[in-house]
Design a protein around this ligand. Structure first.
Ligand code: ZN
Ligand code: ZN
Ligand code: FE
Length: 746
């Protein structure tokens, strides 16, 4: 008999719940390898025995083509003494300590399951919960780790004999597919009308017919309910806005397929790749077709492809090929995900409810991304991405970071890995606060993290709800300044602990070291040595404080104080409403007038000067409006900030804008020249500060016109966020990184 050798292998990363063990099993069969494989605390562990050449080929095959949803972080093999094993088997999980093996994000339906769904001869024909080891829900159904059926929301549905046979057969696509089920044994969908009657017909057919007729249907998906309606039915879209109290914030659209998506938006290769990616996010792309009421005043549209089997069934049953599919909630509440809550929360909004029986373990919104000049930009990180690790940390001391009060997401650092939660939302209402607390409990429980002795990083803002909550948790609380956290989020993603950078945090608002409102900050240093504020936007007055964030004319009154006191802004071309004059008086009085270095407020002021004089109905609306206005103009010479006295000053920019408006210049060109000025300020300051490495983060850098100018100017010298959002959704990661750097000393 030929010489045999043996190896022990440890594989870490996203390797559980993604069909990794059956994949190893099949590879072992194919290569004639004996041994075993199992899930343990660290990931997947296996023993392989066979002739040396076959063994090498087997190990190479494992690394060459792992299952689509798997992410191998480390693959360590070591020689062992052969034990004379004769067969290869899959062994039961061996869990002892804290389960740091990661649960996979939810996966879209795979091609093979799509075929089953459409095949009249298959026993899962038309079954909305079809899945296999390559696809289906994961994070949204996990109750605790390790990922096994009794610890998922599928535990109440015993498998039928046929499903059990597949589940137990290592050669089957559904071998250990934890949520596997079929028409005979699994959960189902039903369609309830608003009055509570259950439709007698097939629920999917009936829902598709209602959607064709202009109805609003609540549809239970993977991480919660959507509210769906025909995107091309202006009446239905308008009714949805009215019933949801959602004035202007854009609705996302689910397109039947790629062709249907191309009718709606212009897709370049990278946007198309994102659209089809395994995360199935909402992709922002330039609008091709203008749909009344879907994205008012916007040149971009958010489009996604179907990802749950149910979505495919709906389209196959004749639902309109472009559906508004927006998170089912009342404005500012978290997405509804429990059946009873959905019935209550959406009463008066939905005409019917397509209700699935499989419970959702936790709410997870759709993610939003854009193909940026330097790669994808994640604007909302949720389904498909969470709870994937976004960074590695040098040691295993657990840190919880609670994020900010807007666009909240939390981070948990455990076992040297940074897990960032799904987007939670704005913590200004009780239901979102409850979701925030539940997510902290959830992540800590999932990764077996004890609260006592935990380092808890939070924002410096004394009035942030998240900060207050963090201090009450009883661990070691560490306050981190908001804009340093933005810069740190970029550095943490790249594990750049010692990289010396110049970091530009251009943002809405955040609490500064000196108690004033910051948001146009430039830092120099590294995570390890600390980030020192080296310059900032020269402070402007902000009359009325936080309320100014809602009214661009109020920001304008502050920004223009002392600059254009003689101009009658209530007249054309400005036509500011009376709120401007009131705010101007407040600014002059000095009472309830605050100081801010926020570039977000400067964007608001410029938007007001260019014509956005109404109230913003969602955060960042005026800045987004200004960006789209600028895009419609060809490139023009930029205005220039004044660099003086350790600050950069917007005064000359504002003076020029007021003069240009009075002279009748096209507001699009003005908006464009303003964007140019902001980009030029970054470039000039980076040169003045001798920056080798430039980092840009903060809500303002969601602006693609701005970031593409920077990518053009800096090339590879520029680091932007990759895995977490540049907005406050990325704060938690940065907070954790700075808390880590502080506690590990220098
Ligand atoms: Zn599948
Ligand atoms: Zn079954
Ligand atoms: Fe921020």
């Amino acid at each position: 008999m030929a010489a045999r050798s043996a190896v022990d292998v440890c594989i870490t990363g996203v390797v559980q719940g993604v069909g990794f063990r059956p994949f190893v099993f099949r590879a072992a069969q194919a290569h004639g390898i004996a041994g075993w494989v199992l899930n343990d605390d660290g990931g997947v562990r296996l023993r392989a025995e066979g002739p040396p050449d076959l063994l090498d080929a087997f190990l190479a095959a494992l690394q060459a083509a792992p299952p689509p949803a798997a992410r191998i972080v480390s693959f360590a093999s070591s020689a062992a003494a052969p034990q004379g094993l004769a067969t290869f088997e899959i062994r039961a999980s061996a869990m002892r300590a804290r389960p740091t093996a990661r649960v996979s994000p939810d996966l879209p339906i795979c091609a093979a399951c799509l075929r089953d769904l459409a095949d009249p001869a298959d026993r899962r024909h038309g079954y909305p919960y079809v899945n296999c080891t390559d696809c289906g829900p994961r994070y949204s159904i996990v109750l605790s780790l390790p990922y096994d059926r009794p610890r998922t929301t599928m535990r109440s549905w015993p498998m039928c004999e046929a499903c059990r046979r597949e589940y137990d057969d290592p050669g089957d696509r559904r071998f250990h597919a934890q949520p596997t089920a079929c028409t005979a044994c699994g959960p189902r969908y039903r369609l309830e009308l608003a009055d509570g009657r259950v439709a007698a017909d097939d629920p999917v057919d009936a829902a598709a017919a209602l959607l064709r007729d202009g109805a609003i249907v609540a549809v239970k998906g993977i991480g919660g309910y959507h509210l769906g309606c025909d995107a091309r039915d202006a009446g239905a879209v308008c009714a949805l806005r009215e019933r949801k109290f959602r004035k202007e914030r854009p609705f996302a659209i689910m397109a039947r397929d790629l062709d249907a998506a191309r009718e709606l938006v212009i897709l370049d290769a990278s946007a198309e790749t994102l659209l089809r990616a395994i995360e199935r996010p909402i992709v922002l792309a330039p609008m091709r077709e203008r749909l009344a009421g879907v994205a008012p005043d916007n040149d971009e549209l958010g489009v996604m492809l179907p990802y749950a089997p149910l979505h495919h069934l709906l389209f196959a049953a004749g639902a309109p090929r472009a559906l508004v599919m927006t998170s089912a909630n009342r404005s500012s509440e978290p997405i509804a995900y429990r059946n009873a809550d959905a019935r209550t929360a959406l009463a008066g909004i939905a005409d019917a409810f397509l209700i699935g029986e499989r419970p959702i373990a936790r709410r997870i919104d759709d993610s939003i991304v854009r193909a940026g000049a330097a790669g994808p930009v994640v604007l909302r990180r949720a389904r498909g991405y969470a709870p994937r690790a976004v960074a590695t940390f040098p040691d295993a001391t657990p840190i919880l970071a609670v994020g900010g009060d807007l666009k909240n997401a939390i981070a948990l650092i455990v076992g040297g890995q940074a897990f960032v939660s799904q987007h939670i939302g704005d913590l200004d209402h009780a239901p979102t606060r409850a979701a925030f607390a539940a997510t902290i409990d959830d992540l800590c429980a999932m990764y077996g993290v004890e609260r006592s002795g935990l380092t808890v990083a939070h924002d410096l803002h004394p009035e942030y709800y998240a900060a207050e909550y963090a201090r009450a948790l009883g661990g070691r609380a560490v306050a981190i300044q908001h804009h340093r956290a933005h810069i740190a989020s970029v550095l943490a993603e790249r594990a750049a602990w010692d990289e010396d950078v110049v970091g530009f945090a251009f943002d809405g608002t955040g609490y500064g070291d000196d108690g004033t409102i910051w948001g146009g900050e430039v830092f120099a240093g590294s995570l390890r040595s600390g980030l020192a504020r080296v310059t900032h936007l020269r402070a402007m007055t902000l009359p009325g404080g936080d309320a100014a964030a809602r009214y661009p004319v109020q920001a304008a009154a502050g920004a223009l104080a002392g600059i254009a006191d003689d101009i009658a802004f209530d007249q054309a071309p400005f036509a500011f409403p009376p709120r401007f004059a009131q705010a101007r008086a407040v600014a002059r009085s000095g009472l309830r007038a605050y100081s801010t270095s926020s570039i977000g407020r400067l964007f608001d002021a410029v938007a007001a000067l260019c014509g956005f004089t109404r109230e913003q109905t969602f955060e960042g609306q005026a800045a987004m409006w200004l960006e789209h206005l600028a895009r419609r103009s060809p490139a023009v010479p930029a205005y220039a900030f004044a660099l003086r006295g350790g600050t950069f000053d917007g005064e000359p920019v504002l003076r020029a804008i007021v003069a240009d408006r009075l002279a009748g210049r096209d507001p699009g060109a003005i908006a464009r020249a303003f964007h140019g000025a902001v980009a030029a300020a970054v470039v000039d300051l980076a040169e003045a500060l001798d920056a080798r490495r430039v980092v840009a983060s903060g809500g303002v850098f969601q602006n693609a016109l701005l970031t593409s100018a920077l990518v053009e100017a800096f090339g590879d010298r520029l680091w932007l966020n990759r895995d977490v959002p540049p907005n406050d959704g990325g704060l938690a990661l940065g907070q954790a990184a700075l808390a880590h750097a502080a506690q590990s000393g220098t």
